[in-house]
Design a protein around this ligand. Structure first.
Ligand code: SAH
Ligand code: SF4
Ligand code: F3S
Length: 477
């Protein structure tokens, strides 16, 4: 970094990455002695958001470079690694349950290495619980040390001792890690990590560190690799992609980045998530409208339709601002498909206030919604707010919201009947039936009249039978 105003660099230094390469060699030696030439198998399971899935692909890349192959069968695994999510209590409970179940697997295979990583493991109270109540877990590491997997695993293999590595920091960016992707038609491409927004209910800023953007050259390089490997659907990832570039020293923002990726040669579509309404600009919407490769789908979480609740959530926008963004998006892209995230029963929310969420849903007419009942998260501001409404009552509100969205979604898909959509054929929904998504992110199923020859290709599909959440159709060409 140069200049007096140079911003903080989050890059993991080259020497550290070289050191990890040495550990990769050392771990490889131990493994080949231990398994006598057989390829040991790892079962990696990722929970949570696409950002975590993308981390999982890098974790698998590192394990592969150490010499592991992969399996989905826990009974065949030599290493089980759960990449966890802490977003809601339910997510954490499920993971504790699944980790508990590994105790018996380990009884049958005492050499099994059990490792836990991801957002849950970035919380002190979770590490303590694992330390005390899950003694059969060998390795625990947080979100900021993924690049150190070779060293961590080497230490476990060599010493046989338990290793915990979850220290807190602002976060890092580790470039040039190997990546093992599960398929090549669709690709996740992280453009930034962390979050600075501290929405009062959310654990992400605590477990993912500060917002930091990758250099555009690194992103373009990875996009080119994806395209060269046959990827036709690239999703750019970040907790708030609309603030991309803010920590970089160069003149760039998300709209400019989109434009750069759109200009890459090749037939592919670009998606992105997540956009935060407070940082969404008309420039971005104009860019989306202009860039022919950018899917006309906009995931724009609003969380609540009531201004008092939005303020308590620390979201930084109003209902009116959200509506004006929707209006502008529809003005420049009449066919835009909108989706959103919503929290029902934020502490102190009244039924009257909840009705403002319903009316915003009626106004916007979303294609689909991801709806969650508020879940208190340790260390967040909302955890301490008085929460007088019962879970049962919140459940009723939740149902009311789902019913409303179901009727809207049904009406929206009905409008698709008789129209033809360009779809990337992703594979089989079931025997004899192929599927793919429209640019607007609606799933289309259609009979396989071409013996699967179009899997991984774009094709035109005529919608014949709209259902509520998906549609059925037939291949046009
Ligand atoms: N960065 C994204 C959201 C990431 S988390 C954004 O700001 O839009 C995905 C969704 O989980 C959030 O949009 C929110 O709706 C939900 N969520 C997060 N914390 C939650 C909590 N404590 N209880 C219930 N839902 C929560
Ligand atoms: Fe959480 Fe808010 Fe950051 Fe999204 S923007 S990850 S909801 S703190
Ligand atoms: Fe979960 Fe962490 Fe993503 S908490 S939603 S996996 S950033």
């Amino acid at each position: 970094m140069s200049g007096n105003n140079a911003k903080k660099s989050y890059l993991v230094p080259e020497e550290e990455l070289l050191k990890q390469k040495e550990f990769t060699c050392l771990a490889k030696e131990i493994i080949s002695a231990k398994f006598g030439g057989r390829t040991p198998l790892a079962m990696v399971h990722t929970y949570g958001c696409q950002g975590n899935v993308s981390d999982g692909e890098r974790i698998q890349g590192l394990l592969e470079s150490i010499g592991y192959g992969f399996t989905d069968d826990v009974n065949k695994a030599d290493l089980v690694l759960y990449n966890t999510c802490a977003i809601r209590e339910h997510a954490e409970d499920r993971i504790y349950g699944n980790v508990g179940a590994l105790k018996n697997v380990k009884k049958n295979n005492p050499d099994l290495i059990i490792a836990l990583c991801g957002c849950m493991m970035q919380q002190e109270h979770v590490c303590e619980r694992i330390r005390k109540s899950y003694p059969f877990v060998n390795l625990v590491f947080g979100t900021h040390v993924i690049h150190k997997i070779p060293e961590l695993l080497y230490t476990v293999l060599r010493s046989g001792k338990r290793v915990f590595s979850s220290e807190d920091c602002d976060g890092v960016i580790a470039e040039n890690l190997p990546v093992h992707r599960d398929g090549n038609i669709k690709g996740w491409l992280p453009i930034m990590y962390g979050c600075n927004n501290f929405c009062s209910y959310c654990v992400v800023p605590y477990v993912r560190g500060r917002e930091r953007s990758r250099q555009p050259e690194e992103i373009i390089k990875e996009a080119k690799e994806l395209i060269a490997n046959g990827c036709k659907d690239i999703t750019l990832l970040g907790q708030n992609v609309n603030s991309y570039g803010k920590n970089l020293d160069i003149d760039i923002n998300f709209a400019k980045l989109l434009e750069m990726i759109n200009a890459l040669p090749g037939d592919f579509i670009i998606r992105f998530m997540t956009s935060h309404p407070k940082d969404c600009t008309e420039e971005l919407l104009d860019t989306m409208a202009r860039c022919e490769k950018v899917a006309k789908h906009f995931h724009l979480p609003f969380q609540s339709g009531n201004n008092r609740v939005l303020k308590e959530m620390n979201r930084g926008y109003t209902r009116e601002k959200y509506m004006s963004l929707v209006d502008y998006a529809r003005k420049v892209m009449p066919d835009i498909s909108l989706t959103s995230d919503i929290i029902v029963g934020f502490p102190g929310e009244t039924y009257e206030e909840f009705k403002d969420t319903l009316s915003l849903i009626e106004y916007t007419k979303f294609t689909s919604l991801y709806t969650f009942i508020f879940s208190p998260r340790k260390g967040t501001k909302a955890e301490k707010m008085p929460d007088p409404v019962s879970r049962e009552e919140k459940g009723k509100w939740f149902k009311e919201l789902c019913d409303l969205q179901e009727s809207i979604a049904g009406k929206r898909t009905a409008l698709m009947k008789g129209k033809t959509y360009r779809v990337l054929c992703e594979g089989y929904a079931r025997e004899g039936v192929l599927n793919g998504r429209t640019g607007g992110n609606v799933m289309i199923e259609f009979p396989d009249t071409v013996e699967g020859r179009i899997i991984g290709e774009f094709c035109d599909v005529l919608v014949t039978e709209p259902l509520t959440w998906i549609v059925r159709g037939e291949l046009v060409k």
